[in-house]
Design a protein around this ligand. Structure first.
Ligand code: SF4
Length: 305
């Protein structure tokens, strides 16, 4: 850890009355300097409940946007302007409006990994932890459009028995984890439990022992009697898993499971972000209000997100 740099960040953070959030996929040193680590929605909710004036979101754009949707009175900063999510960018608001025109009676569920504009066009938001419950809660006689992740959508369809109209989006980081990776990892660690994220492909999910969001992986690993785990998601989470469970061992199912956008955030960029108050996320109020409705409807169905 670079102590002088860390000290500068701490001082500036205090001066700005800022809170630093880091997603579970961030580089380890960024997770270590943050007050809160977790999944995107959990972090945004935590940040909205603090009395900080500034939120520095160490993650990708849609996460900082979600924080801005929930905290209109705070300044939300993304330390690297180009840190985007290719999956969120696989559907535009116009493409979603077009799909809605084809299915005028359908309800729209969007994964939180989507732009604010796409959330604003949606009826419900969901996370990877509650996609199944959100879909399951919707009236049986209504069609459901699910965007943008086809793999999370298939997971929700399989678990609920509902037919979903899926958008062909995917996470480039999760789809590179293959069945072969799981089989090789199992051969090396035959006693380990395989935890996979629902963004993984269907063949990988069918080989896994447990299908969990990042937050659920952390909870499950802490509670489990098992000591060894193979993790099929972005490798950044292994830092938190090891830190929270020093007596257990965690192995990445594939070292290719790295999100280059998540790794764009560095300690220098966090410092510059606080120095120059950049890059501020500003959403048109009309979009923010409509996007918040989709998030609020999710919370109404499921008080605990
Ligand atoms: S891991 Fe996938 S879904 Fe998450 S930010 Fe990276 S590209 Fe987007």
């Amino acid at each position: 850890m670079n102590e002088p740099l860390l000290e500068k960040i701490r001082r500036l953070k205090e001066r700005r009355n800022a809170v630093i959030l880091a997603h579970n996929y961030q580089p380890g040193e960024i997770q270590d300097l943050a007050e809160f680590t977790g999944d995107s929605l959990g972090l945004s909710i935590q940040a909205s409940q603090t009395d900080a004036d500034v939120i520095v979101f160490c993650g990708v754009r849609f996460m900082a946007e979600t924080a801005a949707i929930l905290s209109p009175d705070k300044t939300v900063l993304l330390p690297e302007k180009s840190a985007g999510c290719p999956m969120a960018d696989m559907i535009t608001a116009e493409q979603l409006r077009e799909l809605k025109r084809k299915h005028p009676d359908a309800l729209v569920v969007c994964y939180v990994n989507s732009t604010a504009e796409v959330k604003a066009e949606s009826d419900y938001c969901c996370t990877s932890a509650n996609a199944v419950e959100v879909v399951d809660s919707l009236p049986a006689d209504r069609e459901i459009i699910f965007v943008p992740d086809q793999h999370l959508g298939r997971f929700a369809a399989e678990r609920t028995g509902r037919e979903l109209i899926l958008w062909p989006g995917y996470c480039p980081t999760h789809v590179v984890i293959t069945e072969q990776d799981i089989n090789i990892a199992r051969q090396k660690e035959p006693d380990a439990v395989v935890m996979a994220h629902p963004e993984c492909t269907e063949p990988v999910k069918h080989l896994a022992d447990e299908l969990l969001s990042t937050g659920q992986m952390l909870k499950s690993a802490a509670k489990s009697e098992v000591k060894r785990f193979i993790i099929a998601t972005e490798t950044g989470i292994i830092h938190s898993l090891k830190k929270q469970n020093p007596d257990k061992e965690f192995f990445a199912a594939s070292e290719r499971g790295i999100c280059p956008n998540m790794k764009k955030i560095t300690m220098d960029k966090v410092l510059w972000s606080l120095e120059d108050m950049q890059y501020e996320i500003v959403l048109p109020e009309e979009i923010r209000i409509r996007a918040k409705k989709a998030l609020d409807r999710m919370v109404e169905i499921l008080p605990k997100v």
